[in-house]
Design a protein around this ligand. Structure first.
Ligand code: SF4
Length: 310
């Protein structure tokens, strides 16, 4: 999922990174300026998850209000989002398991990774069914799709480890892990300086810094980049190092195969300020404690329809 191909490496090194260096982000929009406007949050009392701020499924943001004021837990607004959470977990759990296997001295990882992934898919889907209404057909489709992803990813991981081992046959486990997995997955960062959750979890980041990855299902949506901008700001507020590049990885079905598209972009001033604007608006709305109106054009896939449109 996170191994780049030759074209992507060329684009990154010859185009995106030089452009990011030439057109530096406005210093006021770096996360390390969290004590000053416009990074300073409207309130430090209400800490919000990044995805809750970035995603705009409900036109009046009533979905966020239902989560915070009624349910008081982090429930996705659509079945599609819930499926996305499962795919996220699957991918990061496979990287974690692969690292453990390398440390334990396993030579062949693929079969063990697939076996482990299939157990975790079953567990995650049964958890999801407790929170959200999902048809049996959707469950079967999701299970098949996750298994496809697991097989593909297990093969990629094993081949990467074997490639590194063939190049450096005498590496110890620590070096083998570092070279085979140049990304850290499920990175937890405290976003409270920015009015964000204390327990933000980005899907992955380049070990040497500067790039954040986020996995999404299906088609591109504008808010996906905003979500990565939110993580970048939080990283900068804690680590005081610039995060200039985002990458949203789109995973979808293509007949009997899976398709992976990686969208690389600069985390620009525009993305940063749009995220901050949405953060302030949502904090203000929730702190005022006014119930938002029911939208006039509710998307048909919103899981809160039974709540709002009784
Ligand atoms: S049902 Fe409509 S008003 Fe309610 S949260 Fe969903 S989109 Fe918003």
């Amino acid at each position: 999922m996170y191994y780049l191909d030759l074209i992507e490496i060329k684009r990154l090194t010859k185009d995106l990174l030089p452009r990011a260096r030439d057109h530096q982000v406005d210093e006021r929009l770096r996360g390390w300026n969290w004590f000053d406007s416009p990074i300073r949050p409207y309130s430090n009392e209400l800490l919000l998850p990044v995805w809750d701020i970035a995603c705009s499924i409900c036109p009046t943001r009533r979905d966020a209000w239902i989560r915070h004021k009624i349910l008081r837990r982090s429930v996705p607004t659509t079945v599609h989002q819930a499926k996305g959470f499962i795919v996220h977990k699957l991918i990061s759990s496979m990287f974690l398991k692969a690292k453990k296997l390398v440390y334990l001295g396993y030579n062949e990882l693929r079969d063990e990774l697939i076996r482990n992934a299939e157990e975790s898919i079953k567990k995650e889907i049964s958890e999801m069914k407790k929170n959200i209404d999902i048809s049996d057909k959707d469950v079967d489709d999701l299970t098949d799709f996750c298994k496809q992803i697991a097989r593909w990813q297990a093969t990629r991981i094993e081949s990467k480890v074997l490639e590194i081992k063939a190049k450096y046959p005498f590496l110890n486990e620590e070096s083998l892990v570092q070279l085979s997995f140049p990304i850290a997955t499920e990175i937890v960062v405290d976003g409270s300086l920015l009015g964000l959750s204390k327990y933000l979890r980005a899907d992955a980041a380049w070990m040497l810094g500067g790039i954040i990855f986020d996995v999404k299902l299906g088609r591109k949506e504008e808010w996906h980049r905003l979500q990565v901008a939110g993580y970048a700001l939080a990283f900068e507020s804690i680590f005081e190092r610039p995060v200039d590049i985002g990458c949203t990885i789109y995973v979808s079905k293509a007949g009997s195969n899976i398709r992976i598209d990686r969208d690389f972009y600069i985390i620009s001033d525009y993305l940063r300020s749009s995220f901050l604007e949405k953060r302030d608006e949502l904090q203000m709305m929730l702190l005022k404690d006014e119930e938002p109106d029911i939208a006039s054009n509710c998307p048909k896939f919103c899981v809160f329809r039974s709540f709002c449109l009784k």
